[in-house]
Design a protein around this ligand. Structure first.
Ligand SMILES: [Fe+2]
Length: 189
């Protein structure tokens, strides 16, 4: 039988050798970020037009450990592709979650003339880790014509297929909404 120390050493070594996760690819910050967004997970107001959208995910480090004390900021257009430049509609700093999970409620963003694809911007920070600036895209975007593997780079800003996420339609027929999972992996500073 292995002594306790030996066993601990082996565990450490196993952790070191554990296959590293790749950090989530970065993507442009863009010109529409605003500081001091309100802390909320509900970006959608009652009666807002557009397809309701729930986004959730985990924030991990490159070893696959969940990161507590993460700050996730998101911003996007409304369903018609307009950013709120005067106020803070569809902009939020998500409430901190000690378990490394995040979740928010919104609507599917629209297209706008300067960008090819629908997207949500992210700025993610955690103590001891490099800030991550990225964007989430949707496999259902009509620009991809049903084939994001082939067509993801129709938007010249999408350098990585993994930023294009599957969209599930959930709920009953009278209350359908879109749900997306987007895992975020941060690199140590
Ligand atoms: Fe944008």
């Amino acid at each position: 039988m292995l002594g306790r120390e030996t066993s601990a050493t082996l565990q450490e070594r196993a952790a070191e050798e554990k296959e590293l996760r790749k950090p989530t690819p970065a993507n442009e910050l863009g010109p529409f970020y605003k500081k001091r967004a309100p802390e909320t997970a509900m970006l959608r107001a009652a009666g807002d037009p557009g397809m309701p959208l729930s986004v959730s995910g985990q924030v991990l480090d490159t070893r696959g450990e969940k990161l507590p004390n993460v700050v996730v900021e998101v911003w996007q257009t409304d369903h018609l592709g307009h950013y709120d430049l005067d106020g803070y509609r569809y902009r939020a700093k998500l409430p901190a979650d000690s378990s490394g999970n995040y979740k928010f409620e919104s609507v599917m963003p629209g297209h706008y003339p300067d960008r090819v694809c629908q997207h949500i911007h992210y700025l993610v920070t955690a103590p001891g880790h490099k800030p991550l600036v990225t964007q989430l895209y949707f496999a259902t975007d009509p620009v991809f014509e049903g084939d994001p593997d082939k067509n993801f780079n129709r938007d010249p800003l999408i350098h990585s297929r993994e930023l294009v996420r599957p969209v599930m339609l959930v709920g009953d027929p009278k209350d359908i909404h879109a749900a997306v999972n987007f895992e975020l992996c941060l690199e140590r500073a």
